[in-house]
Design a protein around this ligand. Structure first.
Ligand code: C5P
Length: 231
């Protein structure tokens, strides 16, 4: 069984269940997965996640960062709610990541499931980092954290398309946000890539929100993104 139906993950960035299903209805059969963040997960909980999971694999993007046992419990709860992908912070460290890698093996005996680690948030610049981190560039932090994640046994990463070249390990499953068709507005994304560029640079999956959410013809937009992915 595959993790996603195709490489396109639709970021369901709305606030109500009604809006969520209104946005999902025309494209649920086309997208490879659906990303749900805290704004929906905390309002509607596990029941909502399992309802969306009937339409497409769900990526629960709550970016857990805590002590190992708490992270393991949170990831397990997300899986039980119906998640196929979840995010955690790489900065949680080796022990937490190693426990999570063991959990991933256990959960994969039930159905496909992947943990994605976030290295340095793509909205951060060097000055956003704590002062004690300043002696290293963002690129060095990304490289070092992705090595730490790899050594712990986790094989999933979320990163900017422009960081793909920093990740040397070939068998990572890399999920890339900040994707725009060349005709799209970029909104608050600083450095964007087209689906084609990101897939060529080594992405396995792409996260796209506003270009679909704000499209006057979302089905057509999804088809264009999928075409760009495979061209
Ligand atoms: O609307 P847009 O396509 O910019 O949405 C991108 C999605 O990816 C949002 O849900 C955003 O929170 C998420 N994301 C991101 N950059 C990251 C991690 C996640 O844009 N580094």
């Amino acid at each position: 069984m595959r993790l996603l139906k195709n490489p396109l993950i639709f970021a369901l960035d709305v606030d109500s269940e009604e809006d969520a299903f209104k946005k999902l209805k025309p494209i649920g059969d086309l997208v490879g997965g659906v990303k749900i963040g805290p704004r929906l997960a905390y309002r509607y909980g596990a029941k909502f996640i399992s309802k969306v999971a009937e339409l497409a694999p769900v990526f629960v993007d709550n970016k857990y960062f805590d002590i190992p046992s708490t992270m393991v419990a949170a990831v397990r709860a997300s899986f039980e709610a119906g998640a196929t992908l979840v995010t955690v912070h790489a900065l949680a460290g080796h022990d937490a990541l190693k426990s999570l890698a063991q959990l991933e093996v256990e959960l994969n005996r039930i159905r496909p499931f992947k943990i994605l680690a976030v290295t340095i948030l793509t909205s951060w610049e060097k000055s956003s980092l704590p002062e004690s981190f300043h002696s290293w560039s963002i690129e060095n932090h990304v490289k070092s954290l992705s090595q730490l994640v790899y050594q712990s046994g986790i094989r999933g990463l979320v990163c900017s398309g422009h960081e793909l070249e920093l990740i040397s390990q070939k068998d990572y499953f890399k999920v890339i946000p900040g994707i725009r068709l060349s005709s799209d507005a970029t909104q608050d994304q600083k450095r964007v890539m087209t689906p084609k560029q990101a897939m060529k640079a080594g992405a396995q999956a792409l996260v796209v929100g506003r270009p679909i959410l704000e499209s006057s013809d979302p089905r057509q937009t999804v088809l264009e993104i999928l075409e760009s992915c495979s061209s």
